[in-house]
Each structure stands twice: as structure tokens, then as C-alpha cells.
Design a protein. Structure first.
Length: 94
């Protein structure tokens, strides 16, 4: 069994409140979950209006498959959500 995690640091440049931030992050997490079949959650910068860190985690019997799935998420976010900027991403083998 392999557990692989991806963290993505995001910038929300036009966000003006925590309520607005939640209205952008929640659908993103839902879409990532639906499209990639991974668990996704906001894990840091919860009180910051214009930054967020999300984590995506997958459990698989094939570490290569898990890493390939997670590798595609940052570019997918950039392509579909021009209102968000991917600042950094990191894959962690657990």
C-alpha cells in the first residue's frame, strides 16, 4: 500500500474576504476530488484572505500511478482556474 500526498500553495489575488475565499476553494476541492478521485482539503493559511494551502492524498497499490495522478493536479488547477495562482507544489511519499 502506498500513500502519496500533494500540497499546493495557492494565491487568490482578487479575494477580499474569508467568505469569498471559501466560495472559491470549496468548489475547487470538490472538482479535484471528482476529477482525480483523491481526497482534498485546505490545510493551512485558513485565516488568510489571499493564500491557501491545499492537500490532495491518494492511496494506491501502485506508487507510480499515485504519483502520476497527483502530478497532473497543479497544471489542471492552473488551466481551469485562472483566478487562482499556483505558487508551489510538492509531492510527499508517506
Amino acid at each position: 500500500m502506498h500513500v502519496v500526498a500533494l500540497t499546493i500553495e495557492l494565491r487568490l489575488p482578487d479575494c477580499r474576504s474569508l467568505k469569498e475565499k471559501r466560495s472559491r476553494i470549496k468548489p475547487l476541492l470538490s472538482n479535484i476530488h471528482r476529477h482525480f478521485n483523491v481526497s482534498a482539503a485546505e490545510i493551512d493559511h485558513n485565516d488568510s484572505w489571499q493564500t491557501a494551502v491545499i492537500a490532495c492524498v491518494i492511496v494506491s497499490n501502485d506508487q507510480g500511478h499515485a504519483q502520476r495522478v497527483l502530478d497532473g493536479i497543479p497544471s489542471w488547477v492552473e488551466a481551469r482556474r485562472p483566478d487562482l495562482q499556483v505558487i508551489d507544489d510538492q509531492i510527499i511519499m508517506l
